[in-house]
Design a protein around this ligand. Sequence first.
Ligand SMILES: C[S@@+](CC[C@H](N)C(=O)[O-])C[C@H]1O[C@@H](n2cnc3c(N)ncnc32)[C@H](O)[C@@H]1O
Length: 410
Amino acid sequence: MKLHTNTVHGVITAIDEIFHQNKYADKVIERTLRSNPKWGARDRGFIAESVYEMVRWWRLINEVSPSDDLYHLFGTYWLLQGQELPSWREFKGIDPRDVENRYQKIQERAILQSIPDWLDEMGANLLGDKWEKELDTLNQEAEVVLRVNTLKTTRENLMNRLAEDGIDTYTPTGYKDALVLAKRQNVFRNPAFKEGLFEVQDASSQLVAAALDVQPGMRVIDACAGAGGKALHLAALMENKGRILAMDTEAWKLQNAKLRARRDGVSIIEPKAIEGNKTIKRLKESADRLLLDVPCSGLGVLKRNPDTKWKLTPESIEKVQKIQEEILQNYPSMLKPGGIMVYATCSILPTENEMQIAKFLASEKGKDFELIEDKKVLAQESGFDGFYIAKLRKKESSTPQESETAPETE
Ligand SMILES: C[S@@+](CC[C@H](N)C(=O)[O-])C[C@H]1O[C@@H](n2cnc3c(N)ncnc32)[C@H](O)[C@@H]1O
């Protein structure tokens, strides 16, 4: 494959922003492509793929590159892809045989799989013999999965409609509203997207709203709604009847959910910013269903966000686990007795998943709940993102909380 100076320069600039200015890969790529509208589909594909792959293999590339010069790093990446380097002066000093020799000498899994040492240790401790295969899978490029908006079309109709535009898809078994693209391409420019016929949402993520068992007419709270991916799915499952309160501590994210709802023909989502505990208390026992799609490490979605592994630290994981614990302690009060709650993460770490649920169930507030079922979705088993989904029921006769029953003291 032939390299072009302007697109390689685009990749180098993006990598510089991600690693030296600490910006998010997806945002950097989006901006790079937007500011170069004349690039064609192939150039765009080259830039997005090269940047993501360099980010994914950053530690390994640095290990075998002759220097930390960005052109040397790109050249090394290119050689590791099995490609040949043109004789540009920027690539002077890279000897393909040296690169190969250095690569062959590496023994350490953390370098070969290109992850930080601490993360390799943590994963091996927590996932045991499943860790190595999970790492392998999470280092592969993600498939592009669509969720059919059943408020506007059917899976079959959307499949035919996309095929007319040359976009081939297939239906994965076990995910009733999902379509997977046969070939990675940008679908956001397709008229079917603009008409709200689908959202881009991983297949594992589509299991979350489905687990909540919603019915049309229900009152549902999505307490960590963000940009509304799951809330939109819930609205479709509820046939756009009832009410979904989309809550988040970051109010600006909910604005995005509003825009997406309009495109998808959804009118039952009501955004509500969380302004502290009083927002939660006011909604006491108001919901038939409660979704806690909590903030997490994102270790189940490394396929699509490979820069996460360079941004995470043991401390940041501990911090997010604390938030998960607090959410589990405070938010279930919004659920009616007899109601169903789903706790979900896009992480594969038991400390964010089943161990959080076990801790919650053993706590005073957790005594009001029973676990119906939980699903640990590993990327190596599903072929899609890693996820955790726990479904719990609030008992009909829940024990009144101490603070509500304690007699007033004089
Ligand atoms: C996994 S993301 C949600 C993704 C979203 N449900 C979707 O499907 O698109 C977690 C969200 O939790 C929010 N969050 C963080 N801390 C929170 C808290 N204490 N209470 C509620 N939401 C919180 C974050 O702003 C983020 O939007």
